[in-house]
Design a protein around this ligand. Structure first.
Ligand SMILES: [Fe+2]
Length: 345
């Protein structure tokens, strides 16, 4: 590609006149916005060890009471975007949230789509549009766009979860806002019960459900069992992976971000395909070595890492006797909707 004219090649009076009229010449910036072959990415491979993060989160529990925080969160920010932008990638936000025993994070709803991956603690619940979801280690709980949600904790130990939102995307499109609400009334019926078995869905009086979010809690015990069953059934299968879906229509569980669980067999090394979306990795069980671009990190339980799109990522299970389990969040539904999704193999 040949070089194009630079801004400094233009006479100052011409540049001043353009600025006065809110005009910009394209050619000095053309290669920056349309780089050859591979997009430029601000997202850097970034690693957040839980062991280092946890004491700071617990200290936030002492420093900032709930009524001064509303949501007590330390944001996992990617330095490539600038920490003040509070984004893990172009479209993903990550936050580690703490709820102390007896606390209540009040009901609200907002335009960004959120999920939470439970990291530690028991006996907390998230109520989503009246459905009370227990929170246990490794569970995935959806709070899709516009759904009321609140968190409360009746246990004795702190509860921590990882929030994953499409906040940077919704904020970028100037559609991000929240509405405060009052305590929700709990209604009967739970999606994790109604859709507990694969291959069948509830169809009272012959009618099929058409809700956009029929299932709000995906218990880790079920996802883990599915991975173990898949691994046993297909010993030759390289990537033992499942995707969280809407059980009524098989589409992605949420609008913009995709959620997956991966099992690495004992001692396995897995090279992931080079794809367009950025990916977040969270170690649920066991330990893995993650290599992305020049960076390599050891992921112990509850550690989180992110890798930019168009990047080669290799995962290795550090145990030769036990499987390792990871949760992954990515931007694949968004890329597919935009028509820019790529899998370069
Ligand atoms: Fe929220």
């Amino acid at each position: 590609m040949h070089e194009l004219g630079r801004l400094e090649d233009l006479p100052q009076d011409y540049r001043d006149e353009l600025t006065r009229l809110n005009l910009v010449p394209l050619w000095p910036s053309l290669r920056a916005v349309l780089p050859p072959g591979v997009p430029s990415r601000k997202t850097q491979p970034t690693f957040w060890p839980y062991k280092a993060l946890r004491p700071l989160l617990m200290r936030a529990g002492e420093l900032t009471p709930m009524d001064k925080a509303e949501r007590r969160v330390l944001v996992l920010a990617n330095p490539g975007h600038g920490l003040e932008k509070m984004q893990a990638s172009a479209a993903m936000y990550l936050g580690m949230q703490l709820l102390m025993p007896g606390e209540w994070a009040p009901s609200h709803r907002h335009t960004p789509n959120a999920v939470r991956m439970i990291v530690e603690g028991n006996s907390a619940t998230t109520t989503v549009n009246g459905e009370k979801c227990p929170m246990e280690r490794g569970d995935l709980i959806l709070t899709p766009t516009g759904q009321w949600h609140e968190h409360e904790h009746a246990g004795v130990e702190p509860v921590v979860w990882l929030d994953v939102l499409d906040l940077p995307l919704i904020y970028f499109t100037e559609t991000s806002y929240a509405i405060e609400g009052k305590r929700q009334e709990v209604r009967p019926g739970r999606g994790d019960q109604a859709y507990a078995r694969g291959g069948v869905v509830p169809s009272p009086m012959f009618e099929r459900g058409e809700q956009p979010y029929p299932m709000l809690r995906y218990p880790w015990s079920e996802a883990r069992a599915a991975l173990l069953a898949l691994a046993a059934d297909r010993p030759e299968l390289e990537a033992v992976q499942v995707t969280y879906i809407n059980p009524e229509n098989g589409r992605d569980a949420q609008n913009n971000l995709g959620f997956h669980a991966l099992m690495l067999r004992p001692g396995q090394t897995l090279r992931l395909p080079v794809r367009s979306p950025a990916v977040v990795f969270h170690q649920i069980e066991g330990s893995s070595q993650l290599s992305a671009a020049e960076a390599a990190h050891t992921l112990l339980e509850a550690d989180t890492c992110c890798a930019p799109g168009y990047t080669e990522v290799t995962l290795r299970n550090l145990s030769t006797t036990q499987p390792a389990f990871l949760f992954m969040a990515d931007e694949s539904p968004l890329h597919r909707k935009l028509g820019v999704y790529e899998n370069r193999g």
